[in-house]
Design a binder for this molecule. Sequence first.
Ligand SMILES: NC(=O)c1ccc[n+]([C@@H]2O[C@H](COP(=O)([O-])OP(=O)(O)OC[C@H]3O[C@@H](n4cnc5c(N)ncnc54)[C@H](OP(=O)(O)O)[C@@H]3O)[C@@H](O)[C@H]2O)c1
Length: 352
Amino acid sequence: MTTTERIDHLDSRLGPDPKTTPTSHCVFLTGVTGFVGGTILSCLSKAHPNVRVKALIRQEGDAKELQSVYSNLTPIIGDLSTLSLLTSTAAEADFVIHMGGDNVPAVCAMIDGLASRTTTGSPLPRLISLTGPRSLIDLSNPITGNLRASSRPWSDVTDGHAILALPKDRMHAGADQTIIAHSVAKGVGTILVSPGQLWGRGKGHLKKESNAAFYYTTVKSRGRAFVIGDGTATWSWTSIGDLGDAVVFLMEQALMSGSERRGQVGVNQDGYYFVRTGDLSMMERAKAVSERLGLGVVESISVGAAKEIHPFGPIMWGCGERTRADKLAKLGWRPKDTDWRVLMEEEGGERA
Ligand SMILES: NC(=O)c1ccc[n+]([C@@H]2O[C@H](COP(=O)([O-])OP(=O)(O)OC[C@H]3O[C@@H](n4cnc5c(N)ncnc54)[C@H](OP(=O)(O)O)[C@@H]3O)[C@@H](O)[C@H]2O)c1
């Protein structure tokens, strides 16, 4: 079901019709010049053209460019380090979506702004912050490129609390936990959205490609597709379009549905959400790009060789964790883009 169809189906019991309410709603976005943030701005503006969007943008030129495309957008020129600006802008917003990377002081400042309008009782969802599942990687195990025999998919329902208690020195983990602790302390409902690998062309106006473009370019310049070890390491993936759709869906549940429904959207300790469509091993990915470019047999490289290509190479290509987006499924959300090969080649895609 598309976002628009879903809006049509939103039961009137859930509250006011979202098509008639958005002008009264103000959503504050960060990271809109980026791959993820650009897509979410586009999906939000399509689904809710009347929602008032305030967007933190660093460069005047980017602000002008985006304003020429999105008439509902008011730029807030500034940086994530200007905490007082973040707090005052969030204080005037009904909802905040942060897509500017792990930045604890910035997110906490926006939580402080949202807290000025909280009511008593259980915190209602007011903030979505983008994170990622790399916190699931246990780097005390050596990187091999192989799927560990003991590994199993992580569910955001059954493992949600464990994910928010992972060692804080893991990627994203410390930031995730501090943001949730601050939300609890301030009585604000926060949702952490964690997509895996992102496939497809960005839907935003500025940045259209991300990590998949880097692997494609590297393979092309080496003349061989490669994996680390046997290449069975597997990440879960979703399309960038479905990520945008899922975030808008969560915002709709949080902002535009009735209080009963809002109460069902888990926040804070129950607020970690995966977005996932399928699982894909590094070898499947390498074979697909090799076939596309006619490069023959996939090469297995060492961790050291991957590090020479890029300092982050072993983590990008030699690890993997599978996730299950059980919370979104419970709320009734389903991904639409189910074929990663189509997304790989979308619009002549230079990605793999
Ligand atoms: N891309 C992926 O494959 C992927 C997968 C899983 C999770 N995520 C998560 O999604 C989030 C966004 O990732 P992305 O790929 O969209 O990153 P990106 O393309 O690099 O975009 C980052 C955005 O944040 C803004 N930004 C960064 N530092 C800022 C600062 N100090 N002040 C103001 N704005 C600042 C950038 O603005 P400028 O344009 O001015 O630099 C840009 O709009 C991250 O939290 C990431 O962990 C991404």
